[in-house]
Design a protein around this ligand. Sequence first.
Ligand code: PEP
Length: 256
Amino acid sequence: MKKPRLIVAGNWKMNSSLADSTRYLEALGTGLASLPRPLAIDVVIAAPFTLLANCMQTARRTDIQIAAQNVHWADTGAFTGETSCSMLKELGVNWTLIGHSERRQFFGETDVTVRQRAQQAFHQGIRPIICIGETLAEREAGKTEAVVSRQLEAFIEVLPKSGEFAIAYEPVWAIGTGKTATPQQAEEVHAFIRARLKSANLESTPLLYGGSVKPDNFAQLLAQPNVDGALIGGASLVAADFLSMVRTAVSLRDKK
Ligand code: PEP
């Protein structure tokens, strides 16, 4: 099996500004430039739409790749408030999050729309990080695998065999709560997802863990055999913290 590529991705959510994002990316870019070459991992920042053009400009000639936080399934049309793949591509953005639990919880995202968005991203050459994960009530009811499986089955058939994308397992109870899944809890679900991907010949898909990842718990999570990186919200807002997690990934990369 080809080893999955490691990805350290930050999700700024609805935070930052033009000035702050410039300062942040300059600091991160400088920090990354001091790491041993080749970096051989993907470093991605998912920024709010209004900052994408500025982020692309600031991140050029650095190792930072810029992502959107969502993308629509149509290319143009009467979809007020939405953004299409062509619009992202016009800025040079070629990553996006899809199906983040905050979209599912607060904005009516469903398994069907996640599939539609993912399918469009693949057609248009945008690399999605597709998010799945159970709520606390679902975990406590013993439904973690059933929920993750339902969410995965909704889009597994549209995943291209040769495409570049990632899946983020983000237990909803761990997002923004300070309650991280233990490395064992994360590994159990990642191994379950990997087994299903393997049966679809997609076992090299990077599987990211997300949910209160911080500099002090990242190494233990990344040490798990089926954890190939992280999607990091709160702790990605401080450039030095994010950089330290990238450093951790680079130092563990060859041991994976
Ligand atoms: C996220 O936004 O995907 C996330 C995991 O947030 P946090 O790291 O703050 O829990």
